[in-house]
Design a protein around this ligand. Structure first.
Ligand code: PLP
Length: 451
């Protein structure tokens, strides 16, 4: 199959095709499994990049909803008009969201949701007579998207450097990585909060508009916040009049056993971004949800929301998102994650953490990473070894072992899993054992390579 006309995202364009490796081309799916064009089966240990929360077996039900909506009203915007699916979905999300969230703005995906949160925050500050609040604070290695506003918040320098000065002046502070810190628990929290406070002081507290963070950071490998971290962010933001944004594009929509990940860590954000799992990827959709303060500012008489996205809240996507929420409740999806999280954690500790190439296993919910280290402890591979492992050995072994998972080197090298939220013990075992096989073979192969 020729791939010459298709530009692949975040991929060296010559890497696949006649002069490169064979591209994985997926053709169909069933439950937690995907099948390539040759019929080979893979267990999807990553839910198609953290999206396919309910797996792939609800196509007919989704198609029925889609058919009904497309024949009734194929499209209308949310620009000064609306349609029943968007209205119902906004109501439903506000009902499911943490206390204090009052409204929803729909988008087509995660980057747009993050951009929307920024614009809502800016309009909030303008309404409050604080136009100087133009800066953001985000965290190292965090990924918040690729459009130019969202890219400003992204803390991976090599993703940004080709595109010049960030559109939004953003200061990055440390993320929450107990494995790579001398401090643990509340001491780590205190140090991180002190660093944030200092950054705000240096930037000028009256110039900072938002602090944005994921409840549990994805890039770097499922970085769980230490105790009291999110309440601490809230207190600092309140003291300085800064809005707190929880980017839940990955960690929301059930990934941690809650509709909203901030519930898990005692976070009370002013704005929440979601996407990916909102429809379980049966259609592309995202949202920025606004708390009381922001919603009220936007409702101020005379204020116009200066933001709009043609397809944001598309009726087809909204109808599918509503069906997804219904399926979550009917199938007990959140309950499944809560019930099986301890099982998944234990199996990873037994089968993966015990490997000589694994230094740490971390995460929550159905969201875990194994950090690869040379000594099974806190040592670090050389840059050359990381490249060999993450770009070459592990991706090839994943395909060989029939596992979709993510080898990532945005921080220290990790192999990450995020199983569909409907996975049972048997599927989780299959994922964990394949992960074990991949990492075990990878360690041996790296040693043999002499790199
Ligand atoms: N925010 C976070 C935390 C993400 O992980 C991502 C994508 O992975 C985004 C934003 C951007 O989402 P999208 O790729 O849908 O634009």
């Amino acid at each position: 199959m020729s791939t010459e006309s298709l530009l692949l995202h975040f991929t060296a364009q010559g890497a696949y095709g006649p002069d490169g490796k064979e591209l994985l081309v997926l053709d169909r799916a069933d439950g937690p499994y995907v099948f390539d064009v040759h019929g080979k089966r893979y267990v999807d240990g990553l839910s198609s990049l953290f999206c396919a929360q309910i797996g792939y077996s609800f196509g007919e039900e989704m198609a029925a909803v889609a058919g009904e909506q497309l024949t009734r009203l194929a499209f209308n915007t949310n620009w000064g008009t609306a349609h029943p699916p968007a209205i119902a979905l906004a109501e439903k999300l506000v009902e499911l969201a943490p206390e204090g969230i009052e409204s929803a703005f729909f988008t087509s995906g995660g980057s747009e949701s993050v951009e929307t949160a920024w614009k809502l925050a800016r309009q909030y500050h303008l309404v409050n007579g604080e136009p100087r609040r133009r800066k953001a604070i985000a965290r190292d290695i965090a990924y918040h998207g690729v459009t130019l506003g969202a890219l400003s918040f992204t803390g991976v320098p090599r993703f940004k450097e080709p595109f010049g000065e960030p559109a939004i002046p953003t200061r990055h502070v440390s993320n929450t990585n107990p494995f790579r810190s001398a401090l643990q628990g509340e001491e780590l929290t205190a140090a991180l909060l002190a660093e944030l406070e200092e950054a705000i002081e240096q930037e000028g507290p009256e110039e900072v508009a938002i602090v944005i963070a994921e409840p549990i950071q994805n890039a770097g490998g499922c970085l769980v916040p230490p105790p009291g971290y999110w309440p601490g962010l809230r207190e600092i933001c309140d003291r300085h009049g800064i809005l707190l944004v929880a980017d839940e594009v990955i960690s929301g929509c059930g990934r941690l056993g809650e509709w909203f990940a901030c519930e898990r860590y005692g976070a009370r954000p002013d704005l929440v971004t979601i996407a990916k799992g909102l429809t379980s990827a049966y259609a592309p959709m995202g949202a920025a949800l606004a708390g009381e303060k922001v919603t009220q500012a936007l409702r101020t008489p005379g204020v116009t929301l200066m933001h709009g996205i043609t397809f944001g809240g598309h009726p087809l996507c909204a109808a599918i998102a509503l069906k997804n929420i219904e399926i979550f409740a009917r199938e007990g999806v959140l309950e499944n994650v809560r019930r099986l999280e301890p099982y998944l954690r234990r199996r990873l500790q037994e089968e993966v953490l015990t490997l000589p190439i694994v230094g740490d296993v971390r995460g929550d919910g159905f969201f875990f990473a194994a950090e690869m280290t040379p000594d099974g402890d806190e040592g670090r591979f050389s840059a050359e070894q990381v490249a060999k492992l993450v770009k070459e050995i592990v991706p090839r072994l994943l395909l060989e072992h029939g596992l979709i998972a993510r080898a990532d080197d945005r921080g220290d090298p990790v192999l990450q899993i995020a199983p569909p939220l409907v996975a049972d013990e048997a599927v989780l075992d299959e994922i964990v054992l394949a992960m074990r096989a991949v990492l075990s073979d990878a360690g041996e192969e790296l040693a043999r390579s002499g790199v």
